[in-house]
Write a protein that binds this ligand. Structure first.
Ligand code: SAT
Ligand code: MN
Length: 589
């Protein structure tokens, strides 16, 4: 008798017709074998992996993708629920039957001449009751290796799945990397994702955004928990007390930097638990507990350096658990190291750019793609929290929501309570970044930083957030931040990076009830002088501006919010519509 997993593999073999099938066991020998093969294999006209300088970057490999395949493609991503309304205006929708027919057509025979890798994986630490199992098939060595870093792959997953039918199915083929034949189709009701034509992280590592967020958010809605686009950190104070926070920011807005922040204050330190995704459950004591379903970082290389994120640099230079992959960075030919804008002030003289061309410093274009990425095990991180494999997760005291905004949104404010926090998070706008294909820098609504990742109608998702608030007995405080405010000359008003620890310290004071607040139209502001600015050269007028509500700006903002809410009609919970009405009155619209 075959197990359900074996039956799935057989079915896939019949569909894809690969020359060989290989089931991953997760061993170190296996990683070595696959990286060997990848260094000899060409896919889409490129060698899959090239070994990098092991002295500078141990156990690291370089991967260059097709220039048409460097970011998530939201316009080719679909949520195929039985009705369009279930997917909501926040998702592209196709009828599930039609979607499956289309994908079957593309998949048929697509692995002829290739090996099909079967990746049994666990999202979350395998001992946790919150962890979940999946099986992905793929014909991409790069995807197989990336999944090995980003999740717990192999035996432990096979054992957990056992004879159960209850596992996520991820069906992936890189196909011919043709954007006209590229689709990422989600079937929440079937616990299934089909993806064709892309090898890029968020499109192809199906355990990540596809399962842990889009399908995960739907499962959470059904089962009473939350799957969120959030970092998880523990902030240790000089007295040894650790306060756990979640932080939601859109892609490429500094989540990874915040996840391994090096605070400016003596005696404070940040413990890293996750840089992208959190699964949040109401614990037996009524508090919210979070686990990180992932086991690695798939972070933006461009802009990462010893100045901006020393702990990430140390993680990359400490590849004990490997492989570490660098994708679409440039390569410094003088010493065979990956190079990207921000890793050093000087631009090396002999660079090959992310497209494999000799780099001309005067070209006015960057050598590394703005969405160049690294894939590295979380277990290499020097600030890794000892709680990382705690099956219960960590108890959350604060949730930070942010976006990237030149104007309007203050540096920080606090929501009065859970429901007004859900409202504040539901109205977030953010400028688009290079993490998704399309125009960069236009403001769009991105509630909870989940717009591209919520696998069902976002109106119902807001309601689910409100319900979680009703079920939990002890709720975290909710804070809104914007590190990206600019002045009239286009300069950042707040220094960001390490200095953000000043804001987090204030949040801890608030959680502990050590400092009061000032009421405003949008929420609660820090009291005068409550943010510790010692040693920082910032003018009082700048801080005043950063911590105020500009009514003229907010009048425009409120209209954008209204327009967004209107798309969802009465799916937006009445509570939130009431908050919006109240906000409009306060702003004077
Ligand atoms: O979607 S990815 O996981 O590839 C990166 C991101 O956009 O957050
Ligand atoms: Mn992300």
């Amino acid at each position: 008798m075959s197990t359900p997993m074996e039956m799935f593999v057989k079915e896939m073999q019949k569909l894809f017709q690969p020359d060989e099938v290989y089931v991953m066991n997760g061993s170190q020998e296996e990683v070595e074998k696959i990286t060997e093969i990848a260094q000899k294999s060409e896919v889409d006209g490129r060698i899959v992996l090239k070994k990098l300088n092991g002295q500078e970057y141990p156990n690291s490999y370089y991967h260059r993708s097709n220039p048409n395949d460097v970011a998530r493609t939201e316009h080719l991503t679909f949520v195929c629920t039985p009705t369009k309304e279930q997917a909501g205006p926040n998702n592209n929708w196709v009828d599930p039957k039609e979607a499956k027919e289309k994908m079957d057509y593309l998949f048929k025979g697509a692995m002829k001449g290739r090996t099909m890798y079967v990746i049994p994986f666990v999202m979350g630490t395998p001992k946790s009751k919150y962890a979940k199992n999946g099986v992905q098939v793929t014909d991409s060595l790069y995807v197989a290796l990336s999944m090995r870093v980003m999740s717990r792959v192999g035996k432990q997953a096979i054992e957990r799945i056992g004879t159960s039918y209850d596992f996520f199915r991820g069906i992936h083929s890189i196909g011919d990397v043709n954007p006209n034949r590229r689709f990422i189709m989600h079937f929440p009701q079937d616990n299934l994702v089909m993806s064709f034509g892309s090898g890029y992280g968020g499109n192809a590592l199906l355990g990540k955004k596809c399962y842990s967020l889009r399908i995960g958010s739907y499962l959470g809605y059904q089962e009473g928990w939350l799957a969120e686009h959030m970092i998880i950190i523990g902030v240790e104070a000089p007295d040894g007390k650790i306060t756990y926070f979640l932080g939601a920011f859109p892609s490429a807005c500094g989540k990874t930097n915040l996840a391994m922040l090096d605070p400016v204050f003596k005696g404070y330190r940040v413990w890293t638990l996750g840089d992208d995704i959190a699964w949040i459950n109401v614990g037996e004591d009524g508090q919210l507990y979070a686990i990180n379903p992932e086991a690695g970082f798939f972070g933006v290389a461009a802009g990462t350096g010893f100045k901006t994120n020393p702990n990430m640099m140390k993680t990359l230079k400490n590849s004990k658990f490997f492989p570490t992959l660098f994708t679409n960075t440039a390569v410094d030919n003088s010493n065979n190291t990956p190079w990207w804008e921000g890793v050093s002030d000087e631009v090396p003289s002999d660079l090959t750019d992310w497209q494999g061309r000799k780099y001309d410093k005067n070209s006015g274009t960057p050598a590394a793609h703005p969405n160049s990425r690294f894939t590295v095990s979380i277990y290499n991180c020097p600030t890794l929290s000892p709680e990382i494999d705690n099956p219960k997760g960590v108890p959350i005291s604060g949730i930070i929501f942010g976006g990237r905004r030149k104007s309007t949104i203050p540096l920080v404010y606090e929501a009065k309570d859970w429901n007004s926090g859900v409202f504040a998070a539901s109205i977030i706008g953010s400028e688009t970044t290079a993490a998704a294909s399309g125009q960069v820098g236009t403001v769009r609504r991105d509630p909870m930083a989940m717009l591209p990742f919520c696998g069902y109608n976002m109106g119902e998702y807001f309601n689910h957030w409100l319900n979680i608030g009703e079920r939990a007995k002890k709720l975290p405080k909710i804070f809104m931040v914007n590190w990206f405010r600019k002045d009239e000359d286009g300069k950042f008003m707040w220094p960001g990076y390490r200095e953000n620890s000043r804001i987090i310290k204030w949040m801890i004071d608030r959680i502990e009830g050590k400092t009061g607040v000032k009421e405003s139209e949008i929420g609660l502001f820090p009291q005068e002088g409550a943010i510790d600015l010692s040693g920082l050269d910032i003018k009082k007028e700048t801080m005043d501006k950063l911590l105020s509500v500009d009514k003229e700006d907010w009048k425009k903002e409120v209209l954008m919010i209204e327009e967004f809410y209107a798309k969802f009609g009465d799916k937006i919970p009445k509570d939130l519509r009431d908050y919006l009405k109240e906000l409009k009155e306060k702003i004077g619209v």
